[in-house]
Design a protein around this ligand. Structure first.
Ligand SMILES: NC(=O)c1ccc[n+]([C@@H]2O[C@H](COP(=O)([O-])OP(=O)(O)OC[C@H]3O[C@@H](n4cnc5c(N)ncnc54)[C@H](OP(=O)(O)O)[C@@H]3O)[C@@H](O)[C@H]2O)c1
Length: 496
């Protein structure tokens, strides 16, 4: 075996110690990234670098520099067991991937728990329920770590372990024959894992055909290194997951949220500048557009993802809150940033519910004022329809900019927050049966980054779909554009 330079992450843990010992025994040079290195006995062939892999990108970069491969032996302090400690896998993986791109290190091996990511569909239902309810935090973290790797374009190997023991090593092992590589469409030339481990099945050959091979060439994702992406609604749900995925692919991100603390937290995690604005305020939206215009030279993708169902009410601007946050604010941002978009792309997170709504071009003032009075869900649907119509009208006026919108799926995000306790209860009960924010994020990333133009299409998940016929109505587009102009004309930037 060729001697290699290996970085072992999580080297102080049970698995990590074994990896270090075996690697040294096989003559490899090992760097161990550990939180506390003081007091360690000096060992030939072993170098210690101190730093927290999830929080200290500078230390991660130092440790990754010059390695041939990375072996992660990280694990979360499982919430079910300890109920303490933060979930670290996704943050750690994002830092490792960023440092690997920087120092051109290609290979990484990582253990994840059986039942997470690509192994999930092969697990028994009691484990599925358990991992969705009791240890959801950890499994979401594992899922995100997997997605970051799958999106990284690196040569990665993931082993989905069952339970590990302290018994002496056995020579017998087995792997599940059916686990497929995670989300292969993301990786340009992935090296698939050679073994997918579970306790009871025979070893499988590595999968040979991937969906990426089947995808058309022009469907392939663009290289995001150096591309600027402005993402709204990045503080929660699918937006936060999308920020992680896009960051792992090297995009230059500008993240927008409403809640300052949550937005900053995700910005720190992916090392991106953040901005906050409440989209139910026209002056805050204008102010945000001005800040972005100052900060960003050109925008390759504007992902208008913020939104959600709000209780029916009029904002301080006298506009229905659902209409303002879901339709007017994205429109205002898009028009104010048109000069930065050049030949870029605008992708709107729409909702399937828009298909049940109807707008009359002759009565838009009423829709903006929340008339006729209906439930929050119905005004939301109306607003999402309006957002899709305005998007296409924007394209008619800015034909160089590619546009499209999509329904991300029904996801257990923070979407139903306005329903308070009822919303939380419904979310918990429905969680095992509906999608995850990560799945929605993967759809957003796929559409935002694909090379083929979206060309004004509407997608359900990432497939072209019909949507409301009104989406394409030019008469409605012109009328809505004028109504939006009228509604926003008198309100200036809150910073002015
Ligand atoms: N979840 C679903 O089942 C589902 C289905 C169809 C479509 N969608 C759409 O998917 C998108 C993302 O939603 P999600 O499921 O990820 O929900 P989420 O977890 O509630 O995230 C919504 C995001 O939008 C931001 N946002 C909400 N209202 C805002 C306002 N007034 N001003 C500024 N930002 C605001 C939130 O900011 P803060 O967290 O900082 O408040 C958050 O970042 C939305 O456009 C939603 O309409 C969701």
């Amino acid at each position: 075996m060729t001697e290699m330079k290996l970085l072992v992450v999580g080297a102080n843990g049970g698995l990590g110690r074994q990896v270090v010992t075996h690697s040294l025994e096989h003559g490899h040079q090992v760097t161990a990234l550990v939180r506390r290195g003081a007091g360690q006995v000096e060992t030939p062939g072993l170098r210690m670098v101190e730093g927290a892999v999830g929080d200290d990108l500078a230390a991660v970069r130092r440790a990754v520099d010059g390695q041939d491969a990375i072996v992660s032996a990280l694990g979360n302090p499982l919430w079910l067991k300890a109920r303490t400690g933060s979930a670290v896998m996704a943050r750690a993986t994002a830092n490792l991937v960023a440092a690997m791109h920087l120092h051109q290190v290609r290979r990484i091996a990582m253990p994840l728990a059986w039942g997470s990511g690509a192994s999930r569909q092969h697990t028994a239902w009691p484990l599925k329920v358990l991992t969705r309810l009791l240890i959801r935090r950890d499994y979401q973290d594992f899922d995100t770590a997997e997605a970051i790797l799958a999106a990284s374009g690196l040569d990665f190997t993931i082993a989905y372990f069952g339970s590990l023991t302290d018994q002496p090593a056995s020579r017998a092992w087995s792997a599940h024959p059916d686990v497929k590589p995670p989300r292969p469409w993301r990786s340009a030339a992935p090296t698939w894992p050679s073994a997918w481990w579970t306790p009871s099945n025979p070893p499988a050959p590595p999968p040979t055909a991937s969906r990426s091979a089947a995808r058309r060439k022009d469907d392939a994702p663009m290289n995001l290194t150096g591309k600027t992406i402005v993402l709204t609604g990045a503080s929660s749900g699918l937006g936060a997951e999308a920020a992680r995925l896009l960051s792992a692919q090297g995009a230059i991100l500008h993240l927008v949220g409403r809640d300052e603390k949550r937005t900053k937290a995700i910005g720190e995690e992916v090392h991106a500048p953040t901005y906050t604005a409440d989209f139910t305020s026209l002056s805050q939206t204008r102010s945000l557009a001005a800040q972005l215009a100052d900060a960003v030279p050109d925008i390759d993708v504007l992902a208008l993802n913020a939104g959600g169902v709000m209780p029916p009410r009029l904002t301080d601007d006298g506009i229905d809150a659902n209409f303002q946050a879901n339709a007017l604010a994205p429109w205002l941002l898009m028009t104010q940033l048109a000069g930065k978009l050049g030949t870029g792309r605008v992708l709107l997170t729409n909702s399937r519910s828009h298909d049940n709504a109807v707008l009359s071009p002759h009565n838009l003032a009423a829709a903006l004022a929340g008339e006729p009075r209906v439930s929050g869900h119905r005004t939301y649907a109306r607003a999402k329809l309006a957002a899709g119509v305005l998007l296409r009208e924007f394209h008619r006026r800015n034909p160089g900019v590619d546009v499209g919108d999509f329904h991300p799926g029904i996801m257990a995000s923070d979407f139903g927050r306005y329903m308070g306790r009822t919303g939380s209860l419904l979310k918990t009960a429905a969680r095992p049966f509906i999608g995850t924010p990560r799945q929605g994020a993967e759809r957003l990333v796929e559409l935002a980054t694909r090379q083929q133009a979206l060309a004004g299409a509407y997608f359900v998940h990432a497939r072209r779909a019909k949507g409301s016929a009104q989406l394409q109505s030019q008469e409605l587009g012109t009328a809505l554009w004028e109504a939006a102009n009228r509604a926003t004309a008198s309100v200036s930037n809150s910073a002015e």
